[in-house]
Structure formats: C-alpha cells, structure tokens
Design a protein around this ligand. Structure first.
Ligand SMILES: Cc1cc2nc3c(=O)[nH]c(=O)nc-3n(C[C@H](O)[C@H](O)[C@H](O)COP(=O)(O)OP(=O)(O)OC[C@H]3O[C@@H](n4cnc5c(N)ncnc54)[C@H](O)[C@@H]3O)c2cc1C
Length: 404
C-alpha cells in the first residue's frame, strides 16, 4: 500500500491565519474541519442554497475511510451506510445475468468499505464542524487578487474578504480555478461518457427492486436503481457520449438514450425531472501541471478529478484535504506547505486517474462481447477460490494515507 503519511503529528496547533474555502462539498468540508482544528480562522462559501441530497451511492474506502477514522466520524457514517450485500445485474426482461458480491469486495478491503449516499456523507461532514467555522451558502467568488502575502476575494454579494489563503474546493467546474489558472477546457480530459443521478418516490417501483440494488448493463449504457431511506429510490445512469457538450434537457437525453433498454427503466425515466434535483455531468478528469499559484490553491475535483470510473472521487477529496491541512501544519510558510501537498498527492492521483481510465470498459462495456465477459468474470469470481478475479477491480483503491 502506498504510504505517503506516516501517522502521528495530527495534534492541533495554534494558528491565527485566515482561510477562505470556496465550495462546501466533500473536500471543502473536510479541509474546514482540519484547518479549524489547527486554529485557522475558517470561512466556507458555497454556491448552493444549503445541504443537498442529490447524487449517487458512493463506495467509501481507501483514503476517505482512513481520514474519516482520524476525524472520529466513522461511527456516524456507519449509522447512515447502506449495507449492500450484492448488486444484481439483470437483462431487459429483469432476469439475473450476473451478481456482484459486495461482501467479497468488503473482504478484499479488510471490511473497510462503506456504501454511502453522497448527500449523507456531506451532511455528516457538515455536522462534524465546530461552531467556529462560518459557512455562507448561496455565495461564490467574483474576483481574486493577490498582493504579496494577502489574497483579496470579491464575493457575489458585494462583500470583500482579505485572507492568508484561498482554497478552491468547488468541484470539477471550479470557479477559483478558472479565475486563477484559466478556462476549464485546458485542464479537462473528457472520457467519452456522461452520467446522471436522481432520486424519486414510487412505492410500486420500490417493490420491484425486491429490497436490493439492481443494475442493467448493455453495450455503452448502464443504469442502476436501489431503494434508500424514507421510501425513496435512487438512480444512476452512465452512457457513452462522443460529443462532450451537455444536453440542454438532461431528462430528454436520458429518455432518448435509455428509453429502449427494457425492464423497469422506462418507469424510472418517467420520474426524471430537469432542474436542481438531477445531477447530470460529463465523466471527466482534471489534469493540471500545478495546483497552486501564490496563496491560491485547489483541492479535490477542482484540480484532480479522478472521475466516477475510478470510483474514488469523494475518498480522494477527503484524502487531499487531509494532506493539504497536514502539510500546512508542518510548513514554516504557506507556500512551502502548498508545494509539499502537491508533491505528495500528485503521483498518487495520477495512478488513480490511470486506474479510472483502465476500468472504463468494465463499468460501461463498449460491445456485447465486453458485456458477456464482464458478466462471466463477475459470476466466476463467486466460485470458491476464484475471488482473485476481482483483484484488478479493487487494486487501484488503496489509501494514500496510513492510519498506522
Ligand atoms: C450535488 C452533487 C451530486 C453529485 N453526484 C455525483 C454523482 O452522482 N456521480 C458522480 O460521479 N459524482 C457526483 N458528484 C461529484 C462527486 O461528489 C465529487 O467527485 C466528489 O465528491 C469530489 O469532491 P469535491 O469536494 O472535490 O467536489 P464536490 O463534491 O463536487 O463539491 C464541490 C462543491 O463546490 C460547490 N461549488 C461549485 N461551484 C461553486 C462556486 N462557483 N462557488 C461556490 N461553491 C461552488 C458545489 O456546489 C459543491 O458543494 C456530485 C457532486 C455534487 C455537488
């Protein structure tokens, strides 16, 4: 297991410096927790009006799991996890074609794997923050200026902040990155797919899932459905899309792409409604030569999105936030901490991104043959002694920090 942190040294330290974090998502909330603990004066600003439940079920493992352990929030995360035993893949008539044994995955990760809705993770991180952290929702950054050791930030409500450090934790379409490093196109590696997730209520549909996680995968398309708390159903879709432009009406695009796939998919598509409640985005990675300029830095998807194909966006957001806070704590000046953070994280991120690209044809098989191979591997892996067939799938999910 790569080990870029040796544990210890997590003791809080006195610090009077001011940090503004843009983006109260997974990376931003985690960073706020650690910097607050180190005595920074922390303000978070977030474009959304408040916490959201949108998003899909994430595999929470590796770095994210280790950081959560260090923050003491694992018990709370275990309360909100979904104890998935298996994911059943069906055909267009609803007949089982393969089974993903989640217990097997959990064993391969020594039990350190949680299935969480992204919104639940965001909420638990939010609730773990102390009252000293100020969070201002419905706000973003308009202008950024640097003058020596001071960063001046104009906010969209007309106010101005002067801070020692500005962090862009504002996701794959980062505004801080755009203002500091230039337009997104320079850094985005589009992987040729688009993805969507939304949640709806429908008792009859829920019953058809028979209490479990169900997936349907045909060439170039995959869709999954699972019952979640409060009588709701969560969906996720991914499909190939050679043109990276996002559709103006995501639900129409989903109906066009998935409408003929059969099984209960058309019923799920009937519940799709455009607006804030659907997550729809490109499957892409962000690759940058450097993550900091002066006293402006980036963390999480903003500078190193690994994509859903790597299955570790949230875990790496937490891992990066932890490493950034730690390097700032150990450094004598901010610039040195930022350089150390990048030097430690970047090689690990490059491995995760390469892993994500390699797994693409397993998750979204390009041909009927790839679909058949995938089903065969999943079914064979359940036979006694053949669990190692899944090793390549979990091989790239190791933690970049160590709890030892
Ligand atoms: C609502 C939501 C649902 C998601 N669902 C999925 C999904 O289904 N599948 C998937 O693969 N990935 C999904 N993601 C992305 C995934 O959660 C991230 O890859 C992962 O959590 C990385 O964490 P991050 O903190 O770097 O970025 P994110 O979790 O994306 O957090 C970034 C935060 O910054 C905020 N923000 C964005 N722009 C600005 C701005 N200009 N000013 C201030 N704040 C800003 C966002 O609202 C968000 O809260 C979702 C992200 C969000 C925000």
């Amino acid at each position: 297991m790569p080990n870029i942190e040796n544990g210890g040294g997590d003791q809080p330290q006195a610090n009077q410096q001011r940090v503004l974090i843009c983006g109260a998502g997974i990376a931003g909330l985690t960073l706020a927790w650690w910097l607050d603990r180190d005595g920074w004066d922390v303000t978070l600003i977030e474009k959304a009006a408040g916490l959201r439940e949108e998003g899909y079920m994430i595999d929470f493992l590796g770095s994210g799991y280790d950081v959560a352990k260090r923050m003491g929030i694992l018990p709370r995360l275990k309360e909100v996890e979904y104890p998935i035993a298996e994911i059943i893949d069906v055909d267009s008539n609803g007949n089982t074609v393969s089974t993903i044994d989640y217990e097997l995955f959990r064993r391969l990760k020594d039990g350190e794997l949680l299935s969480l809705m992204r919104g639940d993770l965001e909420r638990v991180l939010y609730e773990s923050l102390s009252d000293d952290v100020e969070i201002r929702y419905g706000l973003t950054v308009d202008e950024v200026g640097q003058n020596g050791r001071e960063v001046t930030v104009d906010l969209t409500d007309g106010t101005k902040e002067q801070v020692d450090l500005l962090v862009g934790a504002d996701g794959i379409h980062s505004r801080v990155r755009e203002l500091t490093f230039g337009e997104e196109e320079k850094y985005r590696r589009y992987l040729g797919y688009q993805t969507a997730a939304y949640i709806f209520e429908d008792d009859a549909f829920r019953r058809k899932l028979d209490g479990g996680f169900r997936d349907i995968t045909v060439e170039n398309r995959t869709a999954g459905f699972y019952p979640i708390r409060d009588g709701k159903v969560a969906t996720w879709f991914a499909h190939d899309a050679p043109d990276e432009k996002l559709p103006a009406a995501p639900c129409d695009e989903l109906r066009r792409t998935f409408g003929d796939i059969g099984w209960i998919v058309p019923d799920a598509l009937d519940h799709c409604s455009d607006g804030d409640s659907i997550y729809y985005d490109q499957v892409a990675q962000i690759e940058m030569d450097h993550w900091s300029r002066g006293r402006v830095t980036l963390v999480g998807d903003a500078c190193y999105a690994v994509s859903l194909l790597a299955g570790q966006g949230a875990s790496m957001a937490m891992g990066g936030a932890y490493v950034l806070a730690r390097k700032l704590r150990e450094a004598s000046v901010i610039e040195e901490g930022l350089a150390e953070y990048e030097a430690k994280m970047k090689p690990e991120i490059e491995k995760k991104q390469a892993y994500g690209r390699r797994t693409a044809s397993f998750l979204i098989p390009p041909t009927k043959w790839h679909v058949k191979m995938r089903d065969a591997v999943l079914n064979l892996s359940q036979l006694p002694g053949l669990y190692w067939l899944l090793r390549p799938v979990v091989a790239g999910t190791d933690s970049v920090i160590s709890t030892k």
